[in-house]
Design a protein around this ligand. Structure first.
Ligand SMILES: NC(=O)c1ccc[n+]([C@@H]2O[C@H](COP(=O)([O-])OP(=O)(O)OC[C@H]3O[C@@H](n4cnc5c(N)ncnc54)[C@H](O)[C@@H]3O)[C@@H](O)[C@H]2O)c1
Length: 353
């Protein structure tokens, strides 16, 4: 049995740093065959004590200050960008030009123009690229996509997706980078609605046009707190995409529903192992893990996402269609940008084909 050991460098050691490092360690044990055991080469972050602690905890060989050191490291074949959104484009473009495969957290960039530059750099360099829309990798979501693709729902009439958080209303969170347009791009729109946009595209196909409202409830805040769009899909379905950081009582609740001529599917991230098929709760387990009914959770989305990415790097299949490429990241940003224009100008906005 051959064990692949690609060298990985992480930019960022905080929330997503932990989620990705956990997945990198787990996938070698639990997925396959054949196994992939990434070599955890380097992690970059600003705080010396925190990056050193992270390196020891997860087993990285080096902890460095700047992203450039990771990109320049000859032992790093894969760069994962887990930094705030304003720090996505430059390191990813530099990494691609250095011939490294690149995975970048969502939203891919501050806006679609920046995202397109990242896609162009990755395509020019011929490297594998992925935008980390991890909810595609919930086993129940994959089951839904397979059912829709097989025609089990018939003609698709509706997609309805809502991502609800509530921490935007918490005054103690003022000052975080997510409230600063220069660092985050958008607020609930860039952070949460892009997940919903990508999910809608993964399940029912591309977005054709949007008519939207965007709101900022806290005076002086430079990003939106909530966004809602009525959407027409290229395949003829109509629906809604909504995201808010002001849904009091909801911590991280992403729900969606698809209605077709032969049936409906529904999902709630608070019950990630369940797909509701025509009103009936169904437990979905991925192959090769635990026996049926021994359920998986949120962190496993990162395990499956990274497994897809590392398989593609190893020449075993491609990121698309089940993983999101930078092209999907560009499209999510184009839809998000169209939502902003629609809300600002009070008109329906069509997306380029
Ligand atoms: N896929 C998901 O479900 C999901 C969930 C959360 C966050 N994200 C995305 O992941 C990315 C990171 O988010 P997070 O929640 O991990 O953020 P975080 O605030 O927890 O961590 C940010 C990291 O970036 C580093 N950093 C910040 N400014 C820097 C600078 N100027 N120079 C160098 N390093 C700097 C910090 O030290 C930290 O390591 C964002 O793009 C976010 O949208 C995705």
């Amino acid at each position: 049995m051959t064990v692949e050991t690609p060298g990985v460098g992480l930019l960022g050691y905080a929330f997503m740093g932990r989620a990705h490092a956990h997945a990198l360690i787990t996938l070698g044990h639990m997925t396959g065959p054949p196994p992939i055991r990434p070599r955890l080469v380097s992690v970059a972050g600003r705080d010396e004590a925190r990056r050193a602690e992270f390196a020891v905890r997860f087993g990285f060989e080096r902890a460095v200050e700047g992203w450039q050191e990771v990109v320049d490291d000859p032992d790093v074949e894969i760069v994962e960008n887990l930094l705030p959104n304003n720090l996505h484009a430059e390191p990813v473009i530099a990494a691609a030009r250095a011939g490294k495969h690149v995975l970048c957290e969502k939203p891919l960039a501050l806006d679609a123009a920046e995202a397109r530059a990242m896609l162009a750099a990755a395509e020019d360099a011929g490297v594998v690229h992925m935008c980390a829309f991890n909810y595609r990798f919930v086993p129940a979501v994959r089951r839904a996509r397979d059912m829709i693709e097989a025609g089990e729902l018939g003609d698709i009439h509706h997609f309805r997706g809502v991502y609800r958080q509530s921490w935007g209303a918490d005054p103690s969170r003022e000052g975080v980078w997510r409230f600063d347009a220069a660092q985050a791009g958008g607020g609930a729109l860039g952070d949460l609605a892009t997940h919903v946009i990508d999910m809608s595209r993964y399940l029912v196909g591309d977005v054709e046009s949007v008519a939207a409202e965007v709101a900022t409830f806290v005076p002086g805040r430079t990003v939106d707190d909530a966004a809602a769009a009525a959407v027409r899909f290229a395949g003829g379905a109509v629906g809604t995409i909504e995201a808010t950081r002001f849904a009091t009582g909801n911590l991280n609740r992403f729900t969606w529903e698809v209605n077709g001529s032969k049936g409906s599917l529904a999902f709630d991230l608070e019950r990630p192992a369940e797909l509701v098929v025509g009103g009936t709760r169904t437990l979905v387990n991925p192959d090769g893990w635990w026996p049926p009914g021994h359920v998986l959770g949120w962190e496993h989305t990162f395990v499956f996402e990274l497994r897809r990415f590392l398989d593609a790097v190893a020449g075993r299949g491609s990121v698309a269609p089940h993983g999101a490429t930078f092209a999907d990241g560009v499209r999510a940003s184009e839809v998000a940008d169209a939502i902003v224009v629609s809300a600002r100008e009070g008109r329906r906005v069509s997306l380029p084909a």
